[in-house]
Unconditional design. Structure first.
Length: 299
């Protein structure tokens, strides 16, 4: 039997994209039943490879699709494991729970590797930790934040992930703007011109976060930036919460994520998924695993 032709297009060749391309090279050697051809790779502003070695203008893509007389593949499938939890099996686990008839009652966790790193450093269970602005600057230096840290601190990254999970759990959530999302950006710094200026001025607002941390410590607790979905109450929210130091969310290390699924079957002991929530290799692994599912369906 002739090998099945599989054509791969990669849109986004940044940190995760580069790791995916490396994993794809290994994949082509393992899946000999399919002939995998990489035909298109692009960055945000430039196509860096195609089979004819000529750039393909994004402005013409939609017209080319509209003019095409080729039918799409039957039974299209969308896989998006890495959209929540990097390479952790969050999406597939939730889908399996729902598809097998379990009832989801609540989903709670730390969904951002950036926020996990920040609060594990700023408010560790041992009561130490540096100043908030210093921890944010360190996280940026280590590559945990976006180029402008406000894109992490506004909470919208977590809100987008909760929107995905809430919909899979059966809630009609319209968008990340349809539920409460706590921003950690001081109002005075929301409109500053750049991320650099934001970091320069952030130390002047350290007392706000320090007061919040101290308040939790007086109760024997720590603060963490979490997202929660209460399916029964149809409530979704993102923001700071206090946790006992013995709580699994409080005990996270580094940039790990933790997601707890409370369901009818699992009762009071949730199904917990925990592990690295950031990093190019683990995030690309989720994309590669989804590609393997596609290859298996087409085999």
């Amino acid at each position: 039997m002739a090998a099945k032709e599989i054509y791969i297009a990669v849109i986004g060749a940044g940190g995760v994209g580069k790791c995916f391309l490396s994993q794809l090279e290994t994949l082509t050697q393992r899946f000999t039943s399919s002939r995998i051809s990489l035909i298109f790779v692009s960055r945000s502003k430039k196509v860096i490879y195609n089979p004819n070695y000529t750039p393909i203008a994004f402005s013409e893509l939609h017209k080319s699709l509209a003019d095409s007389n080729q039918d799409p593949l039957p039974l299209p499938k969308v896989y998006h494991e890495s959209s929540v939890g990097a390479g952790l099996p969050v999406i597939s686990t939730l889908k399996d729970l729902v598809d097998t008839g379990d009832s989801i009652t609540k989903i709670e966790g730390v969904f951002s590797g950036t926020m996990s790193f920040l609060f594990n450093s700023f408010a560790p269970t041992n009561g130490l930790g540096g100043k908030w602005s210093a921890e944010v600057a360190k996280a940026k230096e280590l590559g945990y934040t976006e180029p402008d840290p406000r894109d992490d601190l506004n909470g919208l990254d977590v809100a987008r992930k909760l929107t995905i999970l809430a919909r899979l759990a059966g809630l009609p959530v319209e968008s990340p703007a349809s539920f409460p999302v706590q921003s950690l950006i001081p109002k005075e710094l929301e409109s500053v011109a750049s991320g650099e200026e934001f970091l320069e001025r952030l130390p002047g607002f350290d007392s706000q976060m320090e007061d919040t941390k101290t308040s939790a410590e007086k109760e024997g607790k720590v603060i963490r930036f979490v997202g929660s979905i209460d399916v029964a109450k149809k409530e979704v929210k993102v923001g700071l919460e206090k946790f006992d130091r013995s709580h699994p969310i409080a005990a996270l290390k580094g940039s790990d994520n933790i997601i707890s699924f409370y369901t009818k079957r699992y009762g009071s002991n949730p199904l917990i998924i925990q592990g690295a929530g950031a990093g190019g290799e683990v995030t690309a692994m989720g994309v590669t695993a989804d590609l393997i599912k596609v290859l298996e369906r087409l085999a």
